[in-house]
Ligand binder design. Structure first.
Ligand code: FAD
Length: 387
C-alpha cells in the first residue's frame, strides 16, 4: 500500500515501522481473504492476527498482553487502513476484537481484564459488542433489554440485533437497562460468555458484504454480578467511551478501502486499451482520478488529525465525527468511480472493486450514521452560541 502520508507530522517512527511490517505481513497472509464460509474465515483471521501480534494493539494494558497501556489511536488506524486495503474481513476481525473487548480495557476490574484481555489479544477468544436493538439503533438510549439484580446475579431479558461476530463470538459485552435512572443513565455493561444459559442466537443476518452478524435473545440469562463492567448505571458512558476510541478507526478502514479502489482504478485505467489509447489518456478519466486522490488525501488528513489529537489526550468529538463522515462518504464515491472505470468487469461478483462497493456501504451506517455525525458536528459548533 502507498505510505507517503506516514511522513506527515502526525506520526512517529514506530508508526511507520508498524505500517511497513503490517503491509508486508498482510500481503502474504490475508490478501483478499474472503471465501464462502465467512465464519470459518473470520475465526482463522482472528487466530492469525493474534499469533502475529497485531491484536495486541486492540486492547489496553501491557500486563495483559497489550502493545501499550492506553490504546494508541494512530496505531489502530494504521492497522485498519492497511488491513482494509488488503481484505475487508481482516479489518473486520481486527476491529471487532478491539470494539468487543473495549469496555473491559476501559472500565474492567483487574480480574475481568486478566480473565479476558490476554486471550482476546492472542486471538483465542472472539469478542462482540452488543448495544443495538431492533427499536434502539441511532437512538441507543431507547434500549429495552433489561438486567434485573437478583442477589449475587443479574438476570438479562430482551434482544440485541446487528451484533457483529454474533454466532461465532466467545465473549459478548452486553449493554442492558438496570434502571438506576431514566434513559441513558440507567444502563449497565455486562460480560456474557457465549455459553451462558439463556443466551440464544435468535437469527443469523445476511448482509450486503457478508460477515458474522446476528440477533441475540436473552431469556432469563443469569450471570454473576461480578460480570458487570463499570459501575451500575455507567454503561452508556462506557459504551460511548468505547465508541470514542474506535470511531476514528472506522474512518481509517474506509480510507483503506478507498486506497485499494484507487490502486485498482489506476491499474485498470493505464492498461485498458480503447480508441487507440488507454483509458487513462482521456482527460475525463484524469479528472476522475484527480478527484479521487483529493478525496483520499482529505479523508486521510481528517482521520489522522483526529487520531493524533486523541493520542495527545484531548477530546476529539468534532474531529472524529468529521473524519468518519468525510472518510466513509468519500470512500463510497472513490469506489464508485473506480468501479465505473472497470466497466462490465466492475460488477462481476467478487471482483475487487465489486467487493469494495458492497463493503463500504455499512460503514456509513454503523457506529453513528452519517446524519448522526452531522448532528454531532453541528452541536459542537453551536455550543455556547445559542441563548
Ligand atoms: C453491518 C452492521 C454491523 C453492525 N454491528 C454492530 C455491532 O457489532 N454492535 C452493535 O451494537 N450494533 C451494530 N450495528 C448496528 C448499528 O450501529 C446501527 O445499525 C446504527 O446505529 C443505526 O441504527 P438502525 O439500524 O436502527 O437505524 P435507525 O436508527 O433506524 O436509523 C436509520 C437512518 O436514519 C437516519 N438518521 C438517524 N438519526 C437521524 C437524525 N437524528 N436525523 C436525521 N436522520 C437520522 C440515518 O440515515 C440512519 O441510517 C451494525 C450495523 C450494521 C449495518
Amino acid at each position: 500500500m502507498e505510505r507517503e502520508h506516514l511522513e506527515w507530522p502526525f506520526f512517529e517512527e514506530r508508526h511507520r515501522k508498524l505500517a511497513a511490517e503490517l503491509d508486508d505481513w498482510a500481503a502474504m497472509h490475508v490478501h483478499d481473504a474472503h471465501g464462502d464460509d465467512v465464519d470459518a474465515t473470520c475465526r482463522t483471521l482472528v487466530k492469525q492476527l493474534g499469533q502475529a501480534g497485531w491484536l495486541r494493539h486492540a486492547i489496553a494494558g501491557t500486563q495483559h498482553g497489550g502493545a501499550a497501556d492506553v490504546i494508541d489511536t494512530r496505531s489502530i488506524c494504521i492497522l485498519r487502513e492497511t488491513l482494509g486495503f488488503h481484505a475487508g474481513l481482516a479489518d473486520f476481525a481486527f476491529a471487532m476484537q478491539g470494539l468487543g473487548s473495549g469496555a473491559i480495557s476501559l472500565a474492567g476490574t483487574p480480574e475481568q481484564k486478566a480473565a479476558w484481555l490476554p486471550r482476546v489479544a492472542r486471538g483465542e477468544v472472539i469478542s462482540a459488542f452488543a448495544l443495538s436493538e431492533p427499536d434502539a439503533g441511532s437512538d441507543v438510549a431507547a434500549m429495552a433489554c433489561a438486567a434485573r439484580r437478583d442477589g449475587d446475579h443479574y438476570v438479562l431479558d430482551g434482544e440485541k440485533t446487528w451484533i457483529s461476530n454474533g454466532g461465532i463470538a466467545d465473549l459478548y459485552v452486553v449493554f442492558a437497562r438496570t434502571g438506576e435512572a431514566p434513559g441513558a443513565r440507567g444502563i449497565s455493561a455486562f460480560i456474557v460468555p457465549a455459553g451462558a444459559a439463556g443466551l440464544e442466537i435468535a437469527e443469523r443476518i445476511q448482509v450486503i458484504a457478508p460477515h458474522p452478524l446476528a440477533r441475540l435473545r436473552f431469556n432469563a440469562c443469569r450471570i454473576p454480578a461480578s460480570n458487570r463492567v463499570g459501575e451500575g448505571g455507567e454503561g452508556f458512558k462506557v459504551a460511548m467511551r468505547t465508541l470514542d476510541v474506535f470511531r476514528t478507526s472506522v474512518a481509517a478502514a474506509a480510507l483503506g478501502f478507498a486506497r485499494r479502489a484507487m490502486a485498482e482504478a489506476l491499474q485498470r485505467a493505464t492498461t485498458r486499451k480503447m480508441f487507440n489509447q488507454t483509458l487513462a489518456d482521456f482527460q475525463i478519466t484524469q479528472t476522475k482520478l484527480a478527484q479521487m486522490a483529493t478525496t483520499i488525501d482529505s479523508a486521510a488528513l481528517l482521520t489522522y488529525r483526529a487520531a493524533w489529537k486523541r493520542d495527545s489526550g484531548r477530546t476529539v468529538t468534532r474531529e472524529a465525527a468529521m473524519a468518519k463522515l468525510a472518510a466513509t462518504e468519500g470512500a463510497q464515491q472513490v469506489i464508485d468511480a473506480a468501479l465505473q472505470m472497470w466497466g462490465g468487469l466492475g460488477v462481476v461478483s467478487e471482483q475487487t472493486v465489486e467487493r469494495l462497493y458492497r463493503e463500504i456501504r455499512a460503514l456509513r451506517i454503523y457506529e453513528g450514521a452519517t446524519e448522526v455525525q452531522q448532528l454531532i458536528i453541528a452541536r459542537e459548533l453551536l455550543k455556547g452560541m445559542q441563548a
